[in-house]
Design a protein around this ligand. Structure first.
Ligand code: NA7
Length: 592
């Protein structure tokens, strides 16, 4: 007899007679691809809706010159499949955008994911129908879909933010936003180019454009800290060694703060002598990477005086690289290091030694408008042929709120989040049944290695759906109490740190009118993972299934299997030759 799959359990017909999907996933980046694979492997009928013309998410859109991951490539990949790990070869310590995009295409092909992805499909609205218990989605082109579960895998940095400068429509030259870069590339040879912004994106882009342009004006409002990448090719031997110990390496990532295999610091800044401190910072600088300095001491994110020592070290490095002391001063940040996203650079500061590059300080004299000739400050009219906006994103909530999401009884997510984003575990929202968010606000998300966090979120969601299937539930929702307690917990963790003090996109400061609240969970990947596992092991505490409120230690809830990691349903589809076997080897983590 054929085994019953999860799909057979609860598929309900939609009004037009089409069977509703079990799940619709919005977004085909790392999150959406793995979510689709997990759900399919459990026998669910799932479909991904993706606004881009192909897979990749952030790596599909951000094709600007110099785009590269700021985490080591061997850690910025999926770990759930031994075959994927064994077959893919990273060529550099920090993978470039084309290589990461090629990797995601490889994953999509290898897992045969494309047949369940609708490309060029932008979701406009998603609303929960209390009567049928289904989500109804509409797309920009008017397509309608129904699904039992709606999973938003839209990414944290996917809603580009234009600068609030009037006049761009009048500009006579060509202009680009880095997050919507032309696929055919742009040749700036011999052109006068203006770059607005000096965040991570601009730090990667500027050296590349400077090498082509006849003249490059960099309009800087706030300088940023940038650590050396020390990028280099990866040898076959090095890759083989990493792969041989990958399970252990990944476990370190999962248990770490930031999702990278770095041991946490053990000493406070002033526990060591000045010489020892200097030596530790120097060693970090020589290793390079985003955590070069910020992982040196335990108190760098809580003690302003401690943080100042790392700041001063970084500023000294800038003074050593940039020959003109006036420029070095302008390029020297003053905010608490790490509280705005630290950049990773390849020749960024040295670019300012080039004769064709001019740094324009717009901190005191902002760009007032874009004229047909270019940016205009109070003092100067700049003449450029091309303008590049490296002005970032409406981060963490922008892409979620771009969709008109309505939960039970028409409750609007935009309203629910008017004062601040509110979630349970960053995964669910009270009043929005059967809705999940991958790497949502109040999860470690942007403070962590996104791929490590994505795997954990997707696994948690898939396990929750498995749990529902086993108990024949069709509806799940976070309770208001659970959400309130989580928001409180997240805020309490962030409050004693220096993070909320910065004018960063972490607090929404880059978007006028956005609530000023620190959005990520600062407790670290390891602690967060434990909290999620405890919730699941405790009968999914804080969730309501159908009308049954799950309480801590609820006796009527069957205890999940050890580690609460489900086996594949017999009879469910498993993509050819991909075992889904996780190699990290954590207790109870096999069998996917
Ligand atoms: P960011 O980090 O938000 O940087 C945007 C930059 O644009 C930043 O330097 C802003 O200055 C600047 N900006 C924005 N509006 C203006 C105006 N009107 N005038 C001058 N300068 C302006 O975005 P990125 O794309 O670099 O990086 C985002 C993340 O993507 C990154 O952290 C990685 O995780 C990947 P401000 O600092 O606001 O003064």
């Amino acid at each position: 007899m054929a085994q019953r799959s999860m799909a057979a359990n609860r598929s309900a017909p939609s009004k037009n007679g089409e069977p509703a999907l079990d799940a619709v996933i919005v977004g085909a980046g790392f999150s959406g691809l793995y979510m689709l694979h997990r759900l399919r492997s459990m026998g669910m009928r799932a479909q991904v809706l993706e606004r881009g013309a192909d897979v990749g998410g952030t790596w599909y859109w951000n094709r600007y010159p110099g785009a590269r991951c700021d985490l080591e490539s061997v850690d910025y990949q999926f770990s759930f499949s031994e075959e994927l790990l064994a077959e893919w070869r990273w060529t550099e310590r920090y993978a470039s955008q084309p290589e990461i995009l090629a990797y995601l295409n490889f994953v999509a092909d290898r897992l045969d994911l494309r047949r369940d992805i609708r490309f060029g499909t932008e979701v406009r609205s998603a609303s929960f129908d209390d009567g049928s218990g289904l989500w109804r989605l509409t797309t920009r082109s008017g397509t309608r879909l129904m699904a039992r579960f709606c999973i938003l895998a839209v990414g944290c940095l996917s809603e580009p933010k234009a600068p609030e400068i009037p006049g761009i429509d009048l500009f006579a030259g060509e202009w680009y936003h880095t997050a919507r870069w032309p696929h055919e590339g742009v040749d700036f040879t011999g052109k006068r180019v203006g770059v607005i912004g000096t965040g991570s994106t601009a730090v990667q882009l500027i050296p590349k454009v400077a090498a082509q342009a006849s003249r490059l004006y960099v309009f800087q409002r706030t300088p940023n800290y940038a650590m050396p990448a020390h990028n280099r090719p990866l040898s076959e031997e090095e890759l083989a060694e990493v792969l041989a110990g990958y399970g252990r390496r990944r476990r370190l990532c999962e248990e770490s703060e930031a999702g990278v295999p770095i041991a946490p610091p053990t000493k406070a800044t002033f526990e060591v002598s000045e010489e020892e401190r200097e030596a530790m910072y120097e060693a970090g600088w020589q290793r390079g990477g985003i955590n070069a300095l910020s992982n040196a001491f335990t108190d760098l994110f809580t003690d302003e005086r401690a943080n100042a020592t790392a700041q001063e070290f970084a500023r000294r490095k800038i003074r050593q690289i940039v020959k003109d002391p006036r420029l070095a001063e302008l390029l020297s940040p003053t905010h608490h290091i790490g509280t705005k996203r630290t950049c990773v650079e390849i020749g960024y500061f040295a670019t300012y030694n080039r004769p064709n590059v001019e740094l324009v300080d717009v901190s005191t004299s902002p760009i007032r408008e874009i004229t047909p000739r270019g940016p205009k400050t109070a003092a100067i009219d700049y003449d450029v042929d091309a303008l590049i906006f490296a002005t970032g994103f409406d981060a963490m909530t922008g892409a979620l709120l771009a969709i008109d999401v309505q939960g039970s009884h028409g409750a609007a997510l935009r309203e629910h989040w008017r004062a601040e984003p509110r979630t349970y575990l960053g995964l669910m929202v009270a009043g929005f049944p059967n809705l999940f968010i991958v790497t949502g606000p109040q999860s470690p998300s942007v403070l962590s290695n996104m791929v490590v966090s994505i795997e954990q979120h997707v696994d948690w969601i898939a396990d929750c759906l498995r749990f529902m299937h086993e108990l024949d539930f069709s509806r799940v929702e976070a309770t208001q109490e659970a959400e309130d307690a989580w928001v409180c917990h997240v805020n309490e963790l962030a409050q004693p740190t220096l993070y909320p003090k910065a004018r960063s996109w972490y607090v929404g400061a880059n978007v006028p009118g956005k609530p000023r609240v620190f959005m990520p969970y600062v407790g670290g990947c390891g602690r967060y993972r434990k909290e999620c596992e405890e919730v699941a092991a405790d009968g999914h505490r804080g969730l309501v299934f159908d009308s049954k409120v799950m309480l801590s230690g609820d006796a009527r809830t069957p205890r999940p299997s050890r580690g609460h990691k489900p086996q594949l349903l017999r009879g469910a589809t498993t993509p050819a030759r991909i075992s889904g076997q996780r190699i990290a080897g954590r207790q109870g983590s096999a069998g996917r």
